[in-house]
Design a binder for this molecule. Structure first.
Ligand code: ZN
Ligand code: ZN
Length: 387
């Protein structure tokens, strides 16, 4: 048995209990105060060389430094849960009403806690290992806020690694892809302001009707234009026009879309087409308008050398590997890190018939904790940080 193997066997029950503790105090994006407190308490107990808390919200950056030159390895996990009530009967159910960990971020945090506990007893050989806990992943705000913080001083040569558990794939398998792994996406909306009128004399007002209708047509023509690009998804989310009052021609209207693409450039082009059409419509119809963009995620683009490293780490502990042909349609704000640093995001199978992420029935599978910790430790070995 290897040293890491032995270590994991010793700590796995305690890690499971810690995962349950995090699950009970689940907090939504941007409000991860208790979670961050608990994480920093556990990390501090592992004697890092340095720890910053409150990085871009409740973000935490803990550094273990060998004091010797070498690779700078960043392992990233997310702090936030979702505004979804816990409706399943589990002993460690969330105690926060209408909030629960339905994306498995509690499990992801525990992988890093496991690594920290290993480093407490096995000091680094060379380089640095940085454990990065980011807030607000689900809203796409956390990575950006951390990057913009004065406390974010990670060297540009650092290599970023993150995993996400993936239901629908065999338990414990590793899901990889060169280059694009997860899609870029954004929520965009237009709010048009015209002038109400008597329904008998609509011509005396300015109704946003035509603007809304034309943007629906814009969506359709963009779908046609990109029909051979399976990564492009344009979803009409919401429309509002006027009030339920038969005497009044509407003066206000709004339309919301979620747009996705596997390339950042394509996403920008789609967004800009909507923007240009909306501006032209407003101008020709005499409407004012507001444009709003929320939950903007960059595509997560993997560095192929790091993909190879993860592959070799997974192989050395005998995990099955699955290479996916197409990037995933969902988005991850880890894409902001891979935009600025070499990085890799990979999946770890949660089981073929396991409930999907964000489903009511979902709860991170505890048996995956050991695999996650061991894989990250193997990645540290690949980087010559530990033996
Ligand atoms: Zn999620
Ligand atoms: Zn997630």
């Amino acid at each position: 048995m290897t040293e890491t193997h032995e270590f994991i066997n010793q700590v796995k029950d305690a890690l499971r209990e810690k995962r349950h503790q995090l699950h009970r105090i689940a907090e939504i994006s941007g409000q991860e105060a208790k979670t961050a407190n608990l994480i920093s308490k556990w990390i501090k107990a592992c004697n890092p060389s340095n720890i910053y808390t409150g990085v871009g919200g409740y973000g935490i950056i803990a550094t273990f430094d060998s004091g010797k030159p070498g690779n700078i390895v960043v392992l990233r996990a997310e702090l936030d849960a979702l505004p979804i009530p816990e409706s399943i009967e589990i002993e460690h159910a969330s105690e926060n009403p209408n909030v629960s960990h339905k994306c498995g971020h509690d499990g992801h945090m525990i992988h890093l806690i496991g690594v920290a506990e290993f480093l407490k007893h096995h000091p680094l050989k060379t380089g640095k290992v940085i454990l990065l806990f980011q807030p607000a992943e689900e809203t796409g705000m956390g990575a950006e806020n951390m990057l913009n913080s004065d406390l974010f001083t990670i060297d540009s040569t650092a290599k970023f690694y993150a995993l996400h558990n993936l239901p629908g794939f065999p338990f414990g398998s590793i899901i990889l892809r060169n280059e694009a792994f997860a899609s870029a996406s954004a929520g965009i909306s237009f709010k048009f302001h015209g002038k109400t009128a008597h329904a008998a004399q609509p011509e005396t007002g300015i109704s946003p009707e035509k603007a809304i209708l034309t943007l629906m047509q814009t969506a359709e023509s963009l779908r046609q234009k990109f029909k051979n690009d399976q990564g492009v998804v344009i979803t009409l989310i919401h429309i509002k026009l006027g009030e339920k009052a038969f005497g009044t021609s509407p003066g206000e209207g709004e339309i919301h879309f979620t747009i996705r693409a596997t390339k950042n450039e394509v996403l920008r082009l789609i967004r800009d087409t909507f923007l240009k059409n909306a501006a032209e419509l407003a101008n020709s119809l005499g409407l004012e308008y507001d444009f709003n963009e929320t939950e903007v995620f960059k595509a997560t683009v993997n560095n192929n050398d790091l993909v190879e490293q993860v592959e070799s780490a997974a192989q050395s502990i005998g995990l099955d590997m699955i290479t996916v042909e197409k990037p995933f349609r969902w988005s991850e704000d880890f894409g902001l890190f891979t935009e600025k640093f070499d990085g890799v995001l990979f999946g770890i199978g949660a089981g073929v018939n396991f409930p999907a992420l964000h489903n009511y029935e979902y709860d991170y599978p505890d048996d995956l904790i050991s695999t996650g910790v061991q894989l990250f430790l193997e990645i540290l070995k690949e980087n010559d940080c530990i033996n």
